[in-house]
Structures are given as structure tokens and as C-alpha cells.
Write a protein that binds this ligand. Structure first.
Ligand SMILES: Nc1ncnc2c1ncn2[C@@H]1O[C@H](COP(=O)(O)OP(=O)(O)OP(=O)(O)O)[C@@H](O)[C@H]1O
Ligand SMILES: [Mg+2]
Length: 381
């Protein structure tokens, strides 16, 4: 490295570090057109003086549920006063009082006094404002699975959706968001809620590698100076994040890799920065997954990593033929090992188009990482 390339202590590779914060709401939302369209369609009646519809938004963590709602709500705020969107994070605001305080604050522009506010006073205050503005209300209950867990989902939905009965306002809409796929929010509600809550289900699937790449590329354009992140390294990061099925992993990998380059006084991210960032983020997860594996299973994982790195044939039969030259395993044991690796979340076994049991063995992690973790089980750093 030439001294001229060294960054001065006050120089940074980040044009805008905030872009890599998880709370950042991007201007451009890629690959969520279908969901945005569906939600906009539900809310549109509110612009014509009717009540907005309701929805349940479902998808695993890091699939853009919160961001989609935030973006949509920001657009509604810019476009109209006929519909007031209120975002509530139920991880923090779980009681009816807390939720109504959020709605009140959004409508009036100031927080209600912290004491002496009865729930009914808050509701009246909200209703008066909605009536004065002739506006509809849509409330997003983000991470509503916390409400369900706290046993408060029914009460809250009931109160919000039936606000109109007592206070002579339009029926409100609710967007209930959940990342707990074992929980069916629409089925959790009891009968009195069900009669007013007919949510459309809007699903959020994990992003594909190409989608992750595009989303990260946009972040990089905004957040870094040109040329800091070489495209092949972005590719590698996108692959890892797609395998992890969580775009947050990708955003964090970019941020950490750039920080490493910055600390080292370079203007460009190197492969070693990405490897370091992967170690810091992904390796702990991988180590936990590998912890319960037997020696034979680890050895097989290493062979799979090697073949995957070489770009060799990854059908389960071909992997077996290659592995048996190195490992003392028969076909039955081999298939048991493979099944264990899949259960541990280290490989996916993808059914092929061929005969019978033949599967494509797809590594879920960077081969170098798998080899490093599985070859040295006691490695702690
Ligand atoms: N389509 C997208 N375009 C740009 N950025 C996105 C997109 N989807 C997600 N992100 C970014 O990924 C991160 C995670 O997204 P988000 O918080 O919306 O996920 P989520 O589905 O709400 O996850 P959780 O269930 O854990 O709350 C955020 O930093 C967000 O900005
Ligand atoms: Mg979220």
C-alpha cells in the first residue's frame, strides 16, 4: 500500500453512514411492488370518504415488511390529508393506552399529558380530530405477534376497529404485521373481532440473490463513495445474505467490510475485508449450527465445501462418489450425515429432476467459512 493511498484520519468511505442503519427508510423500494399495490388498493377507499380496509402482513424477519409500510405511509402523508396513517411498534407499545397515545400524538402533533389521561379521553380526542379533518385512520400494528403473545391483540383490534360506533367517525383500517410464521394472526382473533376484521393477507417472501444484490447496490450508491465496493465483492455479499434469507445480514456485511477497509486506510474494499466481516457476522451462527455435529458429519461438510468451491458436480450421488475416496463411509451413513447437515441448516438438499433420492447438495454458507468452522471445531475466534 502506498502512503498516498492512506486515508487521513478524518477521511471516510461513507458518503452517508445513516443509509446503513436498520431504521433507514429508503426512497426506492425494490421488489415490493406487488405488496405496495395490494396495500394501496386496500387503503384507496379512504380517499373517497369510505373506511380503509385491513390486512395481515406476513413474512420472515428481514423481508421488508416494516420498510414497505413506512414507505407507503410516508407517501400517503405527502399525498393526502384524507387518511391519517399511524405507525405503532408493538414491541414497545403493547397496551391499549400506549397505542392510543401514539395515535393521539400523531393526530394532534403533541404527546398527551403523561398522567390523568383516561383511555376514553384519548379516544374522544382522536375522534374529534378525525371528524374535524374529515379524515380516515389506518393504524399499522408492527410486530403484532407481541400483542398476541401478551394476550392483548383482541382487545386492541376490537377497540380500534369499533372506534367508529361510539364516536361517529369512519371505520379505521388496521395493518397487522407479523414475522412469526407459526402464528396466524387472522385466526387468533375471537368472534367479536372477526365480525369487523376481514384482513387481506399480504405475504413477504425472502428476497432472491438477484433482488438482494439490487437492493444493496442501491444502498451502496447512496451511502458510499464511488468505487469503494467492487462488484464481485457485492456479489459475494448478496449470495451470503440470500443464503441467510435476511437482507439485514447483507446491509451489515457491507457496512462492516467498508469499516475494515477504512480502518486499514484503503479506499476500496478488499476480499479480506469481506471475509473478516463474514467471520464477525456469519461465523457465530455457523459455529452454533456446527456445534452438535459428529466428526464424520463435519468431515463431510468440509468435502462438500471443497467441491462447492471447485464448482464440481453437486448431486448427492457425485458427492458420495468423491467423498468415499476420503471418508470411510457407506452409502447409508453418508445419507444420514447429509440429512443431519441439512437439519443443522448447513446445506439444503434440493430435489433434482433425476431419479429417486438424487438431490442437489447446496451449501448455505460461504465454502471457506464452512471449511474453517468444520475443520477446527474448537476454534473460538
Ligand atoms: N425492498 C427493499 N428495498 C430497500 N431496502 C429494503 C427493502 N427491504 C428491506 N430493506 C432493508 O432491509 C432491512 C430490513 O427490512 P425491514 O425492517 O423492513 O424487515 P422486516 O420484514 O420488517 O423484518 P422484521 O420481521 O425482523 O421486523 C431494513 O434496513 C430495510 O431498509
Ligand atoms: Mg419489521
Amino acid at each position: 500500500m502506498r502512503p498516498g493511498n492512506l486515508l487521513r484520519y478524518d477521511q471516510t468511505l461513507f458518503r452517508d453512514p445513516e443509509v446503513f442503519e436498520f431504521t433507514f427508510v429508503p426512497e426506492l423500494l425494490h421488489h415490493r411492488d406487488a405488496q405496495v399495490r395490494e396495500l394501496a388498493c386496500l387503503l384507496r377507499p379512504a380517499l373517497r370518504g369510505a373506511g380503509p380496509g385491513s390486512a395481515v402482513l406476513r413474512g420472515p424477519p428481514g423481508t421488508g415488511k416494516t420498510t414497505t409500510v413506512r414507505r407507503l405511509f410516508a407517501d400517503i402523508e405527502d399525498a393526502t390529508k384524507k387518511l391519517v396513517p399511524v405507525y405503532v411498534n408493538c414491541q414497545y407499545d403493547r397496551t391499549p393506552l400506549a397505542v392510543y397515545r401514539c395515535i393521539f400524538e400523531r393526530l394532534s402533533g403533541y404527546a398527551p399529558p403523561s398522567t390523568g389521561r383516561h383511555l376514553d379521553d384519548l379516544k374522544r380526542g382522536i375522534a374529534v380530530r378525525l371528524r374535524n379533518e374529515d379524515a380516515g385512520l389506518v393504524v399499522c400494528l408492527d410486530d403484532a405477534n407481541y400483542l398476541a403473545a401478551a394476550g392483548r391483540l383482541n382487545t386492541l383490534l376490537y377497540q380500534i376497529l369499533r372506534l367508529y360506533e361510539k364516536w361517529d367517525v369512519r371505520k379505521a383500517g388496521v395493518l397487522a404485521v407479523s414475522s412469526d410464521l407459526t402464528l396466524n394472526l387472522a385466526a387468533e382473533v375471537d368472534e367479536r373481532v372477526r365480525s369487523v376484521f376481514h384482513p387481506t393477507e399480504v405475504n413477504f417472501l425472502p428476497y432472491t440473490k438477484a433482488e438482494v444484490r439490487e437492493i444493496l447496490a442501491e444502498r451502496i450508491r447512496q451511502g458510499l463513495y464511488p468505487g469503494v465496493m467492487p462488484p464481485p465483492l457485492l456479489d459475494r455479499i448478496a449470495g451470503i445474505a440470500a443464503e441467510e434469507r435476511d437482507i439485514r445480514v447483507g446491509i451489515d456485511l457491507v457496512r462492516l467490510a467498508v469499516l475494515r477497509a477504512e480502518e486499514d486506510g484503503r479506499r476500496r474494499v478488499d476480499p479480506v475485508d469481506v471475509t473478516g466481516a463474514v467471520r464477525a457476522i456469519v461465523a457465530p451462527v455457523l459455529r452454533t449450527r456446527a456445534a452438535g455435529l459428529s466428526e464424520g458429519e463435519r468431515a463431510l461438510a468440509c468435502r462438500i465445501a471443497e467441491r462447492s468451491r471447485e464448482g464440481a458436480d453437486m448431486t448427492s450421488g457425485a458427492v458420495f462418489e468423491a467423498a468415499k475416496e476420503y471418508l470411510p463411509v457407506g452409502k447409508t451413513t453418508y445419507h444420514e450425515h447429509l440429512k443431519r447437515l441439512a437439519e443443522a441448516g448447513i446445506v439444503d438438499l434440493v430435489p433434482g429432476t433425476g431419479r429417486g433420492r438424487e438431490r442437489e447438495v447446496v451449501l448455505r454458507y460461504d465454502p471457506d467459512e464452512v471449511a474453517a468452522v468444520c475443520a477446527r471445531p474448537d476454534r473460538s475466534g
